[in-house]
Design a protein around this ligand. Sequence first.
Ligand code: FES
Length: 226
Amino acid sequence: MSDGMSITITDGGPYIVRGNVPLFEKRIVRRGGLYVWEDVREIPHGETYALCRCGRTKDAPFCDGGSHKRFKGKEKADRRPYAERCQRIEGPGMVIGDDMRCSLSRFCHRAEGTPWKMLPRSDDPEIRDEIVRAVVECPSGRLSVIEDGVPTDHVPEPAIWVVQDPENRVSGGLYVMGGIPIVGSDGFVYESRGRTVLCRCGVSGDMPFCDASHINNMFRDDRNRR
Ligand code: FES
């Protein structure tokens, strides 16, 4: 339960995290042909803390209080609920939803292919199960299984994961788990989803969410470290 927890986006500044939200650093690694999580550390924090969203902090993952001076970070993302935003893609055995909000974490890359590739064979129960695994393991919350017309949502324990992506030699976004409410800089409360990824490189075209720009931008959270 994410009761009492929240993430508030500040205008031109950091994310203010309230409610003693657990904070971890994790890495995306490839093992046995699949992408998996590797724990790096639990990051000590206070009840309330400020996470950098401009990508220029000298004290990652926290805001250093000054490096965001000229950062704008205007929120541009589509604010409609997932059920309205997502495209519904039908296969013979199931329907999946796709809202295209992707952090390029690659957990949907399975031995049998991606969910989109596998979908035409979804009348095979084993393929269907593999698609469900890919959907559930997608940390961006981009994909869903549509049941009776309604997108399902997998909700892990509430936490924020600060992510490193050594395969791409970059640092990734802030992975928000467990439906922690996200409040825009104008007070708008985004729809709570079980998994979503917030930008921390400062250049996403879909602020406040990650659009994988950190990869092209070669974002490294240690590049400005004091
Ligand atoms: S948001 Fe404050 S240093 Fe990046």
